[in-house]
Design a protein around this ligand. Structure first.
Ligand SMILES: [Zn+2]
Length: 570
């Protein structure tokens, strides 16, 4: 009898979506009709079909496929596997190679032609769905309602979705910003002033120059928001999914695709002040545009201040032309105490040397995984013992409740006397049940695929070579920078007291080390599920981790990002 694995995916993207339970039931019925023996069920909940990232159920299935624990995969429809043409074809190719068939309840056994057609249809539907959402939002804008995020100076009207009203206190701040800007004050200077007065910023903990000034290309920032002159402008950007990371990023739309709608009741700024501010803005952008075309350096955008967490940016060059950097919060808003000015080449050298040294040890990841799994197991054990204790307590309370009822039935005690006690026990029971329900599933251990280790070794080789090249070659740093930045999430510079240098913390992307961009063999997956069991990848489940290299590993089994840390001293 052929062994079958069922795969189900529930997406939040579509309305009238079948639950995974329904999909699994359909697949089971199909299996019975076709004489298949279901040996495993894998599922992903609330996952989009647009990308394979974050779909641990599917990744676990692929891992089990590699071990040939089943002969066929049954899905309700092929787009459950993926709605991306390339991904679907890739899955089919890998499974075919392993001698595993894909069967869909509505289509039967899938061959290459069917996979091609379904992949195409799935992709078209997905793109169509995105258009529909945009059309729906266009309708909201046409109605004079506000599609999009929250804007400073306004709040949503209760009970009337999409509608906004002016918040007078915030509107006052908006007017002040526009007036001051038109009078020649700089956004940075203004941000500092607002921070000193303790006025709450639109986002985050402080005002920055960019909160006010924004980004000319993307049109964000207070000075750009046409809502302040009673115009809703929409469709300035669209969201697209990065195929390598599965993350949504925004892309600017051409101006002729922008949509506008007049909403005079939301006007905060006079036309005259607005025009003056816009004219000034254009003049200032032009005046300083020749400063902005500096070539990006190796660590551009990766540097963080160890005191406040803000970015660090180029401060100036000294007489010999060496670049110096400083915490940008000092410059933007004066809100950070880290006024140290540090030579960029020193940081670059410390980071490169440190990483080259640390990455030479190929057992780093293995050691990390061991320690990480140990912590996961401890957490799981803790969670289990808590669950066991609660279950024991529940049984005892339930027993006492039954005995009390028994006594009433046998007229040993009067019903009146027992009433209160029974009510108390019932309250206790529901409390215990609630506690039991709120217990998280214990974390599972992670396994590292052999291909992952190979990829890791290869990445380290490439990187070491690139780093070595960098030490000698002055130019042609493009491939090196790309290679390096693929691996690095951030570089935090902690200043040490009394000018005693600094400590650098390199946060690496573990996903890059283990080949996160290459589906699906090189990735963390959940623990392989025992046959016949169900693998449910909970929403938000992650194998997050941090490693501090050197002799100690700092681990955070519940951490939400996959990172490793290296410390280098400078
Ligand atoms: Zn800082």
């Amino acid at each position: 009898m052929m062994r079958a694995a069922i795969y189900a995916r529930f997406s939040t993207e579509l309305q009238n979506e079948k639950s995974t339970e329904d999909q699994i039931a359909l697949c089971r019925a199909y299996a019975v009709r076709n004489g298949l023996n279901v040996v495993a069920v894998y599922e992903d909940k609330a996952r989009s079909g647009a990308s394979l990232f974050g779909r641990d159920g599917l990744l676990t299935l692929m891992e089990a496929a590699g071990q040939k624990t089943f002969d066929t995969v049954v899905v309700e429809a092929l787009d459950r596997l993926s709605r991306d043409m390339a991904d679907l074809a890739g899955l089919h190719k890998r499974l075919s190679f392993l001698g595993i068939e894909i069967q869909a309840v509505h289509d039967g056994i899938a061959d290459a032609v069917l996979i091609g057609i379904r992949g195409l249809v799935g992709q078209m539907q997905r793109e169509d769905g995105a258009k529909k959402v945009r059309r729906g939002m266009a309708g909201v804008v046409r109605d004079g309602r506000h599609a999009g995020g929250r804007a400073y100076g306004y709040r949503p009207v209760l009970g009337r979705p999409g509608e906004l009203e002016v918040v007078e206190g915030e509107a006052e701040v908006v007017r002040r910003i526009f007036d001051a800007y038109s009078a020649g004050r700089t956004p940075r200077d203004l941000a500092g002033e607002l921070n000193r007065e303790g006025i709450a910023p639109p986002r985050g903990t402080r005002w920055n120059g960019s909160t006010i000034n924004g980004n000319a290309q993307r049109g964000v920032g207070l000075l750009f928001n046409e809502l302040y002159v009673g115009r809703i402008v929409w469709n300035k950007v669209r969201m697209v999914k990065n195929p390598d990371t599965g993350k949504r990023v925004s892309r600017p739309n051409p101006k002729d695709q922008w949509q506008t709608k007049e909403v005079p009741h939301l006007r905060i700024i006079d036309e005259e002040v607005w025009q003056k501010a816009q004219a000034l803005k254009v003049a200032r952008v032009n005046a300083c545009s020749h400063f902005k075309r500096r070539p990006a350096h190796l660590l551009s955008g990766l540097l963080r201040c160890g005191i406040c967490g803000a970015g660090m940016s180029v401060h100036d060059r000294d007489k010999t032309g060496k670049t110096r950097i400083r915490c940008s919060a000092v410059r933007e808003s004066g809100s950070c105490s880290n006024r140290r000015i540090i030579y960029l080449p020193e940081i670059e050298k410390a980071v490169l040397d440190g990483m080259r040294q640390q990455l030479k040890a190929p057992d780093l990841i293995e050691a990390y995984i061991r320690k990480y799994n140990q912590e996961r197991r401890e957490l799981a054990a803790q969670a289990n013992s808590l669950r066991t204790a609660l279950e024991g307590k529940r049984d005892r309370v339930e027993g006492e409740r039954q005995r009390t009822i028994d006594l009433v039935i046998r007229s040993v005690i009067a019903e009146e006397d027992a009433k209160q006690r029974i009510a108390e026990l019932k309250a206790q029971l529901s409390l215990i049940e609630a506690q039991l329900c709120s217990l998280d599933e214990p974390p599972s251990t992670v396994t590292l695929h052999p291909a992952t280790l190979q990829r890791y070794a290869k990445t380290v080789d490439c990187l070491s070579k690139a780093l070595a090249d960098h030490a000698t070659a002055a130019d042609d740093r493009g491939p090196l920078i790309q290679n390096f930045r693929e691996l690095v999430h951030s570089v935090t510079v902690h200043p040490k007291p009394a000018r005693k240098g600094f400590e650098i913390e390199v946060k690496g992307k573990l996903a890059a080390l283990i080949g996160g961009a290459a589906f699906p063999t090189a990735r963390f997956t959940g623990k392989p599920t025992p046959l016949g069991g169900r693998h449910g990848a909970a929403v938000g489940d992650d194998s997050g981790c941090e490693v501090v290299a050197g002799d100690r590993y700092r681990l955070s089994p519940y951490s939400s990002d996959r990172r490793f840390l290296l410390r280098c001293l400078g």
